[in-house]
Write a protein that binds this ligand. Structure first.
Ligand code: PMV
Length: 321
């Protein structure tokens, strides 16, 4: 019986934000992420005599999401000499309102579902390389806990590995959805533009050091160091965006308000740090004892804010249908 492949989303603490090779999705920097328990994609495939079909959350897709999925499906089929037409059935357990990019879990689950369907016996490393071709961040969602995507220099050498699959660290992520609108600038476009910033190269030059520091914070179970480094790296990414030519930002006024709230909480002794991806929403890193107070502070400062508290999720798994 063919299985359902499940992949969890991940949030980068050291970001991937630039491609060295767009076709192969080779990044300009290595990245490091935390896989989350609360958000995941479940995907399975079926053969069809009709055209390729993509069903997401029970609804037949006919928009640009479908085009990206089919393009990736063609790539997989060509790679393994498969001529079947397929129905891709996916359920995204990412609360639509959580404002979390789901491409990491979506493409990791699709790569795994494809390998399961055609009984391709791939190692996790090979699966990570395959997922990378769908979406860069998907390479990291093969693993649970903390994962590192080594940038590499070729299709063979660019893959993620588990740094710690089952971390014991007291680390939680509060996803704060401030704005549910789809982002105006895709991450692909944002990454291209970012490279025009005079600060892009100096930032990339720091990648080895930032990664090494983050790894040592994880090994030393040092939350303060991990949070400070994650916040710095995210701020660098957004500083590079605002200094690109032309400059741009994913921030909305509420994003700045949330940043200030995190800074204020810290001043009050409630230790927390933010990280922000290609959108206006904010993710707050904290320890168990402070979750309640931070959630309360966000609920008090913002109207109708949607908050999900997450911790470490697991790597790829397969479920019976
Ligand atoms: O994998 P993509 O193309 O969705 O790009 C991910 C970009 C960031 O989320 C901003 C950073 C990252 O490393 O996940």
């Amino acid at each position: 019986m063919k299985k359902i492949a499940r992949a969890h989303t991940n949030i980068a603490l050291i970001k991937y934000w630039g491609k060295a090779d767009a076709k192969l999705r080779l990044p300009l920097m290595s990245s490091l992420s935390m896989t989350l328990d609360k958000f995941y994609s479940d995907t399975y495939l079926e053969k069809t005599d009709g055209p390729n079909t993509f069903i997401l959350n029970g609804e037949l897709q006919s928009n640009s999401t479908k085009d990206r999925v089919f393009k990736y499906l063609e790539l997989l089929k060509n790679k393994y000499g498969i001529t079947d037409n397929l129905i891709v059935n996916s359920i995204n357990h990412v609360p639509t309102a959580a404002g979390l990019a789901s491409s990491s879990s979506a493409f990791a689950a699709l790569a795994a579902a494809f390998c399961n369907y055609y009984e391709l016996d791939l190692s996790k490393k090979e699966l990570s390389r395959l997922a990378r071709l769908g979406s860069g961040s998907a390479s990291r969602s093969i693993y649970g806990g903390f994962a590192v995507w080594n940038k590499g220099t070729s299709d063979e050498s660019s893959y993620a590995y588990a740094l710690e699959e089952h971390p014991q660290m007291d680390l939680h992520l509060i996803a704060v959805e401030l704005n549910a609108q789809p982002k105006k600038l895709s991450s692909t476009k944002g990454m291209q533009l970012a490279q025009t910033s005079p600060f892009f190269k100096p930032w990339i030059d720091r990648n080895d050091l930032e990664l090494k520091d983050m790894e040592s914070a994880i090994h030393a179970d040092d939350f303060t160091k991990l949070g400070s480094l994650a916040e710095l790296n995210a701020s660098e990414m957004h500083a590079v965006n605002s200094t690109a030519v032309p400059g741009f930002t994913y921030f909305e006024p509420d994003t700045i308000k949330a940043i200030k709230l995190v800074q204020n909480l810290r001043e009050q002794g409630i230790e927390c740090y933010y990280t922000i991806d290609a959108g206006p929403n904010v993710k707050v890193l904290c320890q168990l004892r402070n979750i309640k107070n931070i959630v309360k502070a966000f609920e008090t400062s913002f109207n109708n804010v949607n908050i999900v508290v997450a911790s470490f999720g697991s790597g790829i798994s397969y479920l019976d249908r």
